[in-house]
Design a protein around this ligand. Structure first.
Ligand code: SAM
Length: 250
């Protein structure tokens, strides 16, 4: 490495402003490609109720960039925050199918996404999933964030799981717990109207059926492994990732 480059590198490691300037220079001169992450800045973190949280979106964006799914299926569109995040992450040849039953979701899907060729909104319940919706393609990534109901999730799984590709990942939203110390007015309003369960003095399951669903998959489908992205160190809705467990060929 020449001396100048070494000094720039040294200072950009030491100082975040220099790092930002270096990134700007790389982008403006076309030496680096933008990551396509600008939507993330408008997402909420602690204040997100309904849509996924900003840092969860960041994680899922990175995950999709890493595994490059060809077909993503989402249950629960709402106003399209998770959908936009997936569309920003998937490669041009990838596509997203999004299911939601509400008129509001249908309205926003038309308003925001009518120009996206690789997106299709289906005004259908998660339990009305049909293999015909997939045009003979297997599903590489699923995001389940719809009814938050154990029975409906079980039915959806029965319909969907024969159509998962070998390395498909299923991400289930809202499987974490909220710590009492992080609760604010927004979460307290949710607790007052939803069916939440205190599982200890300090931890609340804000969507208990999603947790029961993960336990059900572990029991009934032991060939699948689960990873929980949960923490009590911040207010986190929580995600569980599910993938078929397998030995790696060597
Ligand atoms: C938590 S919101 C989804 C948030 C969205 N994934 C995001 O992160 O921006 C849940 C959505 O699921 C929809 N929903 C509820 N029951 C459903 C069902 N049985 N099938 C499909 N969608 C359903 C609701 O209309 C609502 O828009």
């Amino acid at each position: 490495m020449n001396r100048f480059k070494e000094i720039v590198r040294q200072w950009s490691v030491k100082n975040s402003r220099i790092r930002n300037l270096r990134a700007l220079y790389l982008l403006l001169t076309g030496k680096a490609k933008p990551l396509g992450l600008s939507h993330i800045y408008s997402y909420q973190e602690e204040q997100a109720i309904g849509p996924l949280q900003r840092e969860e979106a960041l994680f899922l964006f990175a995950l999709l960039r890493v595994v490059r799914p060809k077909l993503v299926v989402e249950f629960g569109f709402l106003r399209g925050d998770s959908a936009l995040n997936f569309l920003a992450a998937i490669a041009p040849e990838g596509r997203l199918l999004s299911y939601d039953i509400s008129d509001e979701a249908e309205h926003y899907a038309k308003l925001y996404f009518s120009d996206y060729g690789h997106f299709k909104f289906l005004k259908k319940s998660q339990t009305e999933f049909s293999p015909q919706d997939l045009d003979s393609q297997l599903v590489d990534f699923v995001f389940l964030d719809a009814a938050h109901d154990l029975e409906l999730n079980q039915k959806t799984w029965q319909l969907l799981h024969p159509h998962l590709s070998e390395e498909a990942i299923v991400a289930i939203h809202d499987t974490g717990t909220w710590s009492r110390k992080h609760l604010g007015p927004l979460q307290n309003r949710h607790i007052a109207k939803e069916n939440c369960t205190w599982i200890s003095e300090t931890e609340l399951a804000h969507q208990p059926d999603e947790r029961k669903f993960v336990n059900w998959i572990r029991e009934k489908h032991p060939s699948f492994s689960t990873v929980n992205l949960h923490t009590g160190n911040t207010l986190r809705h929580g995600l569980t990732l599910i993938q078929k467990s397998r030995y790696l060929d060597v």
